[in-house]
Design a protein around this ligand. Structure first.
Ligand SMILES: Cc1cc2nc3c(=O)[nH]c(=O)nc-3n(C[C@H](O)[C@H](O)[C@H](O)COP(=O)(O)O)c2cc1C
Length: 174
């Protein structure tokens, strides 16, 4: 599959088969994260892979009971060990860098026939407690990973090109 096909195919998957996932597969996905770019190559990302059923259930509770999380093969807590560096542009590096790594993982998952869903609706303090994550580490997102039960049928809902792309000056559409 080429990269454009993977981008087109990727959807948020919220219905999973209850199946175990191989270490090998997890490693391929994490290797895709490790290859991601980051500001000044800081590589502040850290990942906690959760496959244990009881821990997944607890993470689901910390994520406002998004119950589909329980059936996923793994939940990856995508963290940052960060010095909170802010770039000249005024943006903090770590959420951007961790997000790029997550996107690499979600596209690698498509190639492997797996599904993912980003989870931003979670309580960081609860997740840290469940996973024993130290105070100074941030949990940026959770990434749910598993075997999709169905092929997605609904079309992707995206803004039209003209609404989001301008040429030479803000507001100029072609
Ligand atoms: C930063 C971020 C946080 C998200 N948090 C959640 C979440 O907590 N629960 C959920 O079901 N989906 C979550 N999503 C998935 C979005 O709802 C989804 O990407 C969007 O609706 C577009 O659909 P698609 O991924 O199928 O293309 C999140 C996505 C991103 C990028």
């Amino acid at each position: 599959m080429d990269i454009f096909e993977a981008i087109k195919k990727r959807r948020s998957v919220r219905d999973y088969l209850e199946k175990e996932i191989d270490d090998k597969i997890i490693n391929i996905i994490l290797e895709a994260a490790r290859e991601a770019p980051s500001a000044s190559n800081r590589q502040e990302w850290r990942f906690v892979i959760v496959r244990d059923k009881i821990t997944k259930d607890k993470l689901c509770e910390a994520a406002k009971n998004q119950t589909f999380m329980k059936k996923a093969s793994a939940i990856i807590a995508c963290c940052a060990q960060t010095d909170n560096h802010v770039m000249t542009c005024g943006q903090a590096c770590y959420p951007i860098d961790v997000a790029i790594a997550i996107d690499h993982m979600s596209l690698a998952a498509v190639e492997l026939g797996l599904g993912t869903c980003w989870i931003g609706a979670f309580y960081e303090d609860k997740v840290k407690k469940i996973l024993g994550i130290p105070e100074n580490i941030r949990v940026v997102e959770l990434l749910v990973l598993g075997f999709p039960r169905n092929k997605p049928t609904h079309p992707k809902n995206r803004l039209p090109f003209e609404k989001i792309v301008f040429f030479d000056k803000w507001g100029n559409s072609k």
